[in-house]
Design a protein around this ligand. Sequence first.
Ligand code: NCD
Length: 331
Amino acid sequence: MNVKQLPPLFNFEAMEKTAVFSNGLTGQDILSVSQFDKDKLDYIFARAREMREMVERVGGTDLLKGHVLACLFYEPSTRTSSSFIAAMERLGGGVIPITQGVKFSSVSKGETLADTVRTLEQYADVIVLRHPEMGAAKLAADYASVPVINAGDGPGEHPTQALLDLFTIREELGRIDGLKIAMVGDLRYGRTVHSLTKLLLQYNVSLRFVSPEILRLPLNIMNQVIDAGINVRETHDVADVIENADVLYVTRVQKERFSDLSQYEEVKDHYEITPELMQKAKKKMIVMHPLPRVGEIHYSVDHDPRAAYFRQVRNGMFIRMALLAAVLGKA
Ligand code: NCD
């Protein structure tokens, strides 16, 4: 069967009018997960499912034809930058990719972030920014008149990753309420952990935080967890949580955030999820990782159907398609 001959799945023209008023995201910067209540989450997840169905049937659409995304990355990236680019292209839009190191842009000549975003907005309708400093996305948003999407601001937040993480949990396990979620690794500097934890506070979940002492969750986030009345515990040992966890969210130790590399060396090999450890886990649970991994999950775990990290990667594209369409008022 030639899939191109299938009739269009959705009447985007008709959806557009209501979407502009209903999603509340049109024209907005996406800086933090605190902007997402359950209605917005449900909205984005529903759109992401539609995007998945559309991509699987016809590959792409021209919903964002005539729109341009500037992808400005001051830190390395594979998944986040590629998925934003793929998302824009599958929606028929164009991309200015400044992702292979800003060293080739005028940033290397000393241009400020403020001037760079005020330049890019002359060409683009939305800017995706990754930057090593916490608060950089907010600063860029203060200068830019087009929406800025935070693709990671140092150890701060990574809201679009948290959306795709939550979406993955929902799609894999069918629910979020009632789950026991264990976060493992660098909880101090891991911005994906910070954003996902904050999002999960809207749900009835139990949280387990597993890290070496020096990489514990920052106090201000732990206080938010406690204030939300969440059942929470901290431990140094994955073995304490593996049997009961529905979700094991594993992270890399963020070497680039350490000022003292000897401290990194001390903690870098603290955990490894192995097939032996997985034998103790529930039959119906998932292992997630925002990736890249640098030894936290043994390669032989990849064959375990509970290893969800590459499905998680794919979900990132659908979530970012949904988000771009919403922000540009074309949901
Ligand atoms: C994460 C990041 O950049 O914060 N990667 C990603 O976006 N998928 C996690 C990491 O780098 O460890």
